[in-house]
Design a protein around this ligand. Structure first.
Ligand code: CUA
Length: 182
């Protein structure tokens, strides 16, 4: 079979590139244990009140291996707010407070439609799909005020769907200013 010279070169180049991609994929999965996010559990969105999400909020669980205080935070996402079980508000939005140094595992349940959940300046960004518990952990090492945003368009009030996460230093009365520098 005749293969044109240029055609052959491209075939070789494409093969090498694909092999590299596949090797990177394998290395990620085997060496670095990279896994796609998967739901931490399921629930019936019509019966959320019969689950652990009936009383959302922050709960101290204990300590991590490295001595950090370890919390779990249950959050309900619905059009158009996050229910974090708190009554405190700041600029009209709910506030969740965590101490500096804490590690928090967030468990998020969407009550109606798909929402997003991301914390500004932290390594936490998940989708909240009705029926599937989204679960992700992060640590809070810098005191400050961070916006928690719904990043999935969810209708007319999407842009109002956010809350505050305040990382507190040891002195609980201090609320550091919203950080703009890094
Ligand atoms: Cu919820 Cu956008």
């Amino acid at each position: 079979m005749h293969i044109d010279r240029f055609e052959r070169s491209w075939l070789i180049v494409v093969s090498i590139v694909l092999t590299m991609f596949f090797a990177a994929l394998l290395a990620g999965a085997v060496i670095y244990s990279v896994r796609l996010p998967s739901p931490a559990g399921t629930y019936n969105p019509l019966r959320l009140n019969e689950t652990e999400f009936a009383s959302p909020g922050l709960r101290l669980i204990g300590e991590t291996d490295t001595g950090r205080p370890y919390y779990e935070a249950h959050i309900v996402a619905r059009r158009w707010n996050f229910d974090a079980g708190t009554t405190e508000t700041l600029e009209g939005k709910p506030v969740m407070r965590v101490p500096v140094g804490a590690e928090v595992t967030f468990l998020i349940a969407a009550e109606d439609i798909t929402h997003g959940f991301m914390i500004e300046r932290h390594n936490l960004n998940v989708m909240a799909i009705p029926g599937q518990i989204a679960r992700q952990s992060t640590t809070f090492d810098r005191p400050g005020r961070y916006a928690v945003l719904c990043h999935e368009y969810c209708g007319a009030g999407h842009q109002d769907m956010w809350m505050w996460l305040v990382v507190e230093d040891n002195t609980p009365t201090t609320t550091a200013n919203h950080q703009t520098d890094d």
